[in-house]
Design a protein around this ligand. Structure first.
Ligand SMILES: [Mg+2]
Length: 126
C-alpha cells in the first residue's frame, strides 16, 4: 500500500515541486496551504509523514507542529520542517516544536527523498 504524505506549504510553486517529486516515486499526496488547514487535514486523514513549511499564513509551521504533536494519533507521525529562510536557531526551534528533520531550500531532491524514506522506515519499525 502506498504511503501518504501531507504537504503543508503556502507557495504553489513549492507545492508543485514536492508533489511532482513524491508522486513520481509512488507516494499519495495530500496538500494544505495554511497551518490551520494542514492540522485539520492531518487529523482527518492521518498521513504517514508530513512536510511542513515553517513560513505559513496564520499559524506558522512551528505552531502547527505543536498542535499536531498534541493530538495523540499524530504524536509520532514523522514531520519534516522545510524552510526557505533559515536563520540561526530555527533548526533548534523546529526540533523543539516536535519536528523530526529539518531541510532548507534549495534542497537536493534526492536527499529529500532519502530522508523521507528513512523516516518512513523508522516509523514502520516502531
Ligand atoms: Mg511559506
Amino acid at each position: 500500500m502506498s504511503k501518504t504524505i501531507l504537504i503543508i506549504e503556502d507557495q504553489e510553486d513549492n507545492r508543485r515541486i514536492l508533489r511532482d517529486l513524491l508522486q513520481s516515486t509512488g507516494f499519495e499526496i495530500l496538500e494544505a496551504t495554511s497551518g490551520l488547514d494542514g492540522v485539520a487535514l492531518a487529523i482527518d486523514r492521518q498521513p504517514d509523514l508530513i512536510l511542513m513549511d515553517l513560513q505559513l499564513p496564520g499559524i506558522d509551521g512551528y505552531e502547527a507542529t505543536r498542535r499536531l504533536r498534541a493530538s495523540s494519533a499524530l504524536a509520532r507521525t514523522p514531520i519534516v520542517a522545510v524552510t526557505s529562510f533559515a536563520l540561526s536557531g530555527d533548526e533548534a526551534k523546529a526540533f523543539e516544536a516536535g519536528c523530526d528533520a529539518y531541510i532548507t531550500k534549495p534542497y537536493s531532491p534526492r536527499a529529500l527523498l532519502a530522508r523521507v524514506r528513512e523516516l518512513l522506515d523508522q516509523s514502520a519499525e516502531t
